[in-house]
Design a protein around this ligand. Structure first.
Ligand code: NAI
Length: 350
């Protein structure tokens, strides 16, 4: 049975951010606050114009609503997207201006790192507002760079996915990793430790060559990674890796990675289903980072993060099993579960 992925479409709040003096140019999109404040990172990236940045922010904020609900977190979904200035700029001044904008929302939005932002950036934000996480951690308290937690969650999800798709562990599996940045590199280390073979690609040769040397990974060109001979494809770069063309050419039988918004369009979930490729929905696999960020914001300790990240594997196993038994795409089944939580039907179970 083939079905379209449906999505909740609440009235999102879009806050325009502009401060020419420091090069701040972007948006905060608060997609949903039904479960709590909108939580989601701040992306700092190249966009041709503000319309492109806003479109991306909306999709990412929507994904955060689903991710936070599915992870059982008392937070709604939001995201900030800032356009990276073309020339020189004062990073501290820019992120402090962003921090003042976050402060102006009075806690409706909680920010943290995403692609292009660092722990140091979040410390600049924290000079202006307390509604920020991803700050350096001290001892047993949750905190710090969320990327290792994201990678751990993806690894747990992939283990569960491999058991579902192949009936085995990751030992001896070939995993093609697209993007060896913060999440991709951490994931590669865990996979190498688990005895997996790695094929990697990154548009930045520096990031990929490092791993080639340390982990003995095989390097391929970025446009070849989705169709190499591999058991598992792990998108860990930017969104949209799963297109009709990439799915048609894919040899892997399981897709599980850290990137947000992996499906270029909802219909691609059905193409994966028809090709017999198991898909672990991105926001279910990559929730480890937001689990860390929200625990930090709530003043919890690392043990809470460890326990919640450990739930990702069993959650993926149950999701894939349910999807297989209904012959629906895991993306659709996950969306329905998250929507039931957001609309209150399964609030108690969250
Ligand atoms: P990053 O910026 O450190 O790494 C991304 C890497 O992808 C970079 O090395 C970049 O050169 C590479 N890349 C970009 N386009 C590529 C292409 N077409 N082919 C191959 N490589 C390409 O970012 P990070 O933090 O590792 O995030 C990766 C993905 O995971 C993003 O989609 C992000 O939204 C998502 N994510 C990250 C979380 C985190 O905790 N950092 C949490 C949840 C999701």
């Amino acid at each position: 049975m083939v079905a379209q992925v449906s999505r909740l479409t609440p009235a999102a709040e879009v806050v325009r951010l502009e401060d020419e003096a420091v090069g701040l140019d972007g948006v905060i999109v608060i997609h949903s606050t039904r479960l709590g404040p909108g939580a989601g990172g701040c992306r700092f990236w190249h966009y041709p114009d503000i319309a492109a940045a806003t479109t991306d922010a909306f999709r990412l904020a929507e994904g955060m609503s689903y991710k936070n609900a599915m992870a059982g977190l008392p937070f709604g979904g939001a995201k900030a997207v800032l356009r990276r200035p073309a020339g020189d700029f004062d990073r501290e001044a820019l992120f402090r201006a962003f921090g003042r904008a976050v402060a102006g929302l009075g806690g409706a939005y909680v920010t943290a790192e995403d692609v292009g932002t660092t722990v140091a950036d979040m410390h600049h934000v924290a000079e202006e507002t307390r509604h920020v996480a991803g700050l350096a951690s001290d001892g047993q308290r949750a905190g710090g760079d969320p990327s290792p937690w994201t990678a751990q969650g993806v690894f747990n999800a992939m283990e569960a996915g491999a058991r579902h798709a192949f009936g085995s562990s990751l030992k001896g599996m070939t995993v093609a990793v697209q993007g060896t940045g913060n999440v991709g590199a951490e994931l590669c280390r865990r996979l190498a430790d688990a005895g997996a073979e790695l094929v990697i690609a990154d548009v930045d040769p520096g990031r990929r060559d490092r791993l080639e040397k340390i982990l003995g990974a095989r390097v391929v060109e970025p446009d070849a990674i989705a169709s190499v001979e591999a058991d598992i494809f792990a998108p860990c770069a930017l969104g949209g890796a799963l297109t009709p063309a990439s799915v048609a050419a894919m040899k892997a039988k399981l897709v599980c990675g850290g990137a947000n918004n992996q499906l270029a369009s909802p219909e691609v979930a059905d193409l994966l289903l028809r090709r017999g490729i198991a898909y672990v929905p991105d926001y279910v696999a990559n929730a480890g980072g937001i689990v860390s960020v929200t625990a930090e914001y709530l003043g919890e300790n690392r043990a809470h993060v460890v326990a919640r990240v450990a739930q990702i594997g069993p959650r993926v196993a149950a999701l894939l099993e349910e999807a297989a038994s209904c012959r629906l795409s895991p993306a659709l089944v996950a969306d329905r579960m998250a929507e039931r939580i957001i609309t209150g039907v399964d609030r108690a179970a969250a």
